[in-house]
Design a protein around this ligand. Structure first.
Ligand code: INI
Length: 146
């Protein structure tokens, strides 16, 4: 099973930790590193575009979306957060490829770092586990054409 991870560079002191949590979870789930495609984008706003594009190639069974928005530092926080969440939902619906939401929306950098710490509470890990579960579910359900 091939999986894509779309991760934003904005607030990379947090998003790189989410990426570490996600890749660790994929390894735990038996997805080998060679089957993981990582796409880096500038910010959370660009995540849905890249998620849709990689899903459209047909190469991946799921897309894990990772990003970090910090309210205090972001005057247009609400706009980017809702564009990102809505965009991912639409991209998944349009492509039929499950996409999980590992985009933090926090009030402070401290809160963001808590959610990106190593271990079971890492939100990148949580997003990866959801993506694998959905990919396996969709594989079992099939598409009705075969
Ligand atoms: N992008 C983020 O991922 N997190 C942020 O906190 C953030 N702030 O603070 O503005 C942010 N902005 C960039 C945005 O996602 C786009 O990359 C940019 O607007 C170019 O389209």
């Amino acid at each position: 099973m091939r999986i894509a991870i779309v991760v934003s560079r904005f607030n990379d002191f947090v998003t790189e930790r989410l990426l570490e949590g996600a890749t660790a979870a994929l390894a735990d789930a038996g997805v080998s590193g060679g089957d993981v495609e990582v796409l880096r984008v500038p910010g959370a706003f660009e995540i849905p575009m890249a998620a849709q594009r990689i899903a459209e190639t047909g190469r991946v069974a799921a897309v894990i979306c990772l990003g970090c928005l910090i309210r205090g530092a972001t005057p247009h926080f609400e706009y980017i957060a809702s564009a990102c969440a809505q965009g991912i939902t639409t991209a998944s619906a349009m492509t039929g490829v499950p996409m999980s939401f590992g985009v933090l929306t926090t009030n402070s950098a401290e809160e963001a770092l808590e959610r990106a710490a190593p271990g079971p509470a890492n939100k990148g890990r949580e997003a990866a586990e959801a993506a694998v579960e959905m990919a396996r579910l969709f594989a079992r359900v099939g598409d009705g054409r075969s």
